[in-house]
Design a protein around this ligand. Structure first.
Ligand SMILES: *Cc1c(COP(=O)(O)O)cnc(C)c1O
Length: 454
């Protein structure tokens, strides 16, 4: 019988994260303040504590994982690497399909990989309270859990439409002691301004970020935590790929292609960057791996956006970052993969895509759910709708292998389970999901409002 899964021992949790900034061909473009000058550390320190900022700016290749963080990681890490043999048989493909399962964390996704170190670094820096935003609730629940591990209070601005539609995610946050507010709220100027103009506003991730950043900037004891996009978040997620490398060795296999869903880019970076590090160090096999970021057709940041300076939020409170963007006031349609509805993408992932070291593909919503259901029936695990994007792209490749007869080794990141997304599955089963390819004209209109940078 062939092997189904490789589980590592707790002692094999990596001791360091991998920082790809040490191996880039070109230095990353600096973030800019509204005046067009690079953001100063002093400005950043109003919302982030020093140890987090140090990681954000670091060019050191290997960064030690604090023991206290590894101890909490050990509650669910190392996560399993599995072979999806029943799915292979169902597809009749000569390809081998592997996936890393991040749904085993307490919050059910990869997001605690960064929430835990962020909470710890804030704790040692003397932060009194963390504030953040959440869309569908994955990040908010992860940070609530992480804050609770170290006795740090957490306040979460939750996009209003999700606050109503996802009561169980909200209750998870509350169970872990998090304080949850529907955004736009009247606690911040950003929220009040929007409610004044549009009292029925249902919120967006961009607005919720504005609220959280505003609050952090106005109180020295309060710091902000972001669940994706920034360098330190991607750094923390490399634990996924570092573990996977060890596990593939034990399987006696090596990936030809890597797939991951891409919203802000952190779980994609988590699986892909450690292999890009090997490639940079001259490993010929790693140089041949094709790495594919998978996004929804309705929010096609990499595949249809532009590489330009833009704000990270809707209001323009954050520094300008050079990234692929659909425009900061882009309003994504209400698709069922909340974690992939962000107008921008991580600057590091954007740069690698721009330099053609990685690839991207956009997939439609209904065939994404079709792939998710197929996977659940073959392998048992019900994937988060976000994760199902990677499954769709991986299945498409497995079917191409069937045509060509190529026995490729395919690897995707199963970034989370879908236990809190069953309403989305219900819509899919009822035939109520629609495919929505974002109209090019609407993207153009939003891009026309990009900030002007010299
Ligand atoms: C948040 C989320 C994503 C997308 O975020 P990235 O920063 O692109 O990783 C993907 N899958 C799940 C399950 C998520 O919760």
């Amino acid at each position: 019988m062939s092997q189904t899964r490789v589980v590592l021992d707790e002692s094999e949790i990596p001791t360091h994260w991998y920082n790809i900034v040490a191996d880039l061909n070109n230095p990353p473009a600096p973030s800019l303040a509204p005046d067009g000058q690079p953001v100063s550390p002093e400005q950043m320190l109003t919302i982030f504590p020093e140890p987090v900022l140090e990681q954000e700016m670091s060019t050191t290749r290997w960064i030690p994982i604090p023991d206290e963080v590894r101890k909490v990681y050990a509650l669910w890490r190392p996560s399993p690497l599995c072979r999806a043999e029943r799915l292979e048989q169902l597809l009749g493909t000569p390809a081998k399909i592997f996936y890393k399962y991040e749904g085993v964390s307490p919050a059910g996704s990869h997001k605690p990989n960064s929430a835990v170190p962020q909470a710890w670094l804030n704790k040692i820096a003397g932060t009194k309270r963390l504030v953040t935003e959440t869309g569908a609730g994955q990040w908010g629940s992860s940070l609530s859990f992480a804050g609770q591990m170290f006795g740090l209070p957490v306040r979460i601005y939750m996009v209003k439409v999700s606050y109503g539609q996802k009561p169980y995610r909200r209750l998870m946050m509350q169970t872990w002691g998090g304080e949850v507010l529907a955004s736009p709220s009247n606690l911040t100027k950003a929220g009040r301004d929007i409610l004044e103009r549009d009292p029925g506003n249902q919120g967006s991730l961009g607005i919720a970020i504005s609220e959280a950043v505003e609050e952090a900037a106005s109180d020295p004891g309060t710091k902000y935590a972001l669940g994706s996009v920034l360098n330190h978040v991607l750094l923390h997620q490399t634990i996924i790929g570092l573990e996977a490398k060890k596990q593939f060795e034990k399987f006696g296999e090596y990936p030809d292609m890597i797939f991951a869903p891409c919203g802000g880019g952190c779980n994609f970076a988590g699986v892909a960057f450690p292999y890009l590090g090997d490639a940079a160090a001259g490993d010929k096999r790693a140089q041949k791996i094709r790495m594919v970021a998978v996004e929804p057709e309705s929010c096609p940041t990499l595949t249809k956006g532009v590489y330009a300076y833009d704000y990270g939020d809707a209001t323009g409170y954050t520094p300008l970052m050079k990234m692929y963007t659909l425009g900061h006031d882009f309003m994504p349609p209400g698709i069922h993969a909340g974690g992939l509805r962000y107008h921008g993408d991580s600057p590091l992932v954007s740069q690698l895509y721009h330099e053609k070291l990685i690839e991207a593909v956009a997939v439609p919503q209904t065939s994404t759910f079709e792939a998710g259901v197929m996977f659940a029936r073959a392998e048992g695990i019900i994937p988060a709708p976000e994760s199902a994007h990677a499954i769709r792209a991986c299945i498409d490749e497995a079917l191409r292998c069937k045509q060509s007869g190529e026995p490729k080794t395919l690897f995707f990141n199963l970034s989370g389970h879908g236990h809190f997304d069953m309403a989305a599955y219900e819509s899919y089963f009822a035939g109520k999901l629609e495919d929505f390819e974002y109209p090019t004209e609407a993207i153009q209109a939003s891009l026309a409002r990009l900030p002007k940078v010299a």
